[in-house]
Design a protein around this ligand. Structure first.
Ligand code: KPL
Length: 300
């Protein structure tokens, strides 16, 4: 029998993962905003062509148990989305999160007594319209137990050999921090300048990019994550070249005048990460100016 899973947040990322998990043999149901519809047809555009599939669509209020829940909402919406589903959890429910940023994993983990798999993905996903999801780069998806437990869930065997999945991560927190460091640079800079990722290495932007890398690396060095700091420049340039044509999620949100994940990305790094009370924090004027620009309301 096919294992069942639910995806809450069937936007760009959730839609792409609905197709990926279906292809891996899961029976996938979507959980969306309250809607009268009981199914949702989605079309996936990728380098492999065009695929269309119909997924059962449930509301949070439904009562059937949820055994494996993939959370693909924006990070600021994850806690609320999961809390609204609590009445559907069993003593064995497992949550997998793929949202950007940090600061929300521990609370989510408590909601399922530690059965939280945290994930990070560099898949290039967008949603050109209500029904269409676009995959412009497979990227890599890294998963691991938030608690650091080592036993792999049985269903991991279904996805571990797919081109998008990395080996199981025994230290997922480090993987999330590596991604956070990259997001703290690429996302705010592309969002505020309104440019695609690849333009960050143009001569006119490169000095600012280098400054941002230096400031983020200083924070990671100061908190003892020297290996993340050391590899940061190389990693950022790698993601920029891999996603050169893409828009970062923060740029897309700003273009739609939607809430961005700046608090869970840059806000977390500057105000919660490491020891926020420590006096001798490195100076990060560029990052601080970005955070305050992102905190400004959109002009009406
Ligand atoms: O994670 C991303 C995002 O846009 O949120 C990257 C990898 C930076 C790709 O744009």
């Amino acid at each position: 029998m096919k294992p069942q899973c639910h995806i809450v947040g069937p936007g760009a990322l959730g839609g792409v993962f609905a197709f990926r998990l279906k292809a891996a043999g899961f029976q996938v149901s979507l959980i969306g905003r309250r809607s009268a519809a009981s199914e949702q047809e989605l079309t996936l555009l990728s380098s492999a062509g065009k695929k269309t599939a119909t997924f059962p669509l449930e509301s949070s209020e439904a009562t059937e148990p949820v055994s494996l829940l993939w959370v693909t909402t924006k990070s600021y919406a994850a806690l609320n989305a999961v809390t609204r589903l609590r009445h559907r959890f069993t003593p064995n429910t497992v949550i997998v999160t793929l949202s950007n940023g940090m600061g929300y994993h521990s609370v989510l983990s408590e909601l399922v007594s530690g059965r939280l798999i945290a994930g990070s993905t560099t898949a290039g996903c967008s949603s050109p319209n209500f029904q269409t999801r676009k995959l412009s780069g497979e990227g890599k998806t890294r998963l691991g137990w938030w608690t650091g437990a080592e036993t792999l869930p049985e269903w991991f065997a279904r996805i571990e050999d797919t081109p998008w999945c990395s080996d199981w991560e025994p230290n997922i927190e480090k993987a999330l921090l590596e991604k956070l460091a990259i997001n703290c640079i690429i996302n705010p800079m592309t969002a505020l300048l309104n440019i695609p990722n690849g333009n960050l290495i143009d001569d006119s932007h490169k000095p600012k990019l280098d400054t941002a890398i230096r400031e983020v690396a200083a924070i990671f060095n100061g908190s003892g994550h020297t290996d993340i700091a050391k590899n940061l420049s190389q990693q950022v340039l790698h993601v920029i070249s891999d996603t050169a044509q893409n828009s970062s999620s923060m740029r897309i949100d700003r273009q739609h005048q939607a809430k961005t994940e700046h608090e869970e990305i840059l806000g977390y790094l500057l105000e919660s990460f490491g020891n926020p009370k420590k006096k001798e924090k490195p100076e990060t004027p560029l990052l601080c100016s970005w955070l305050s620009a992102l905190r400004q309301p959109y002009p009406s």
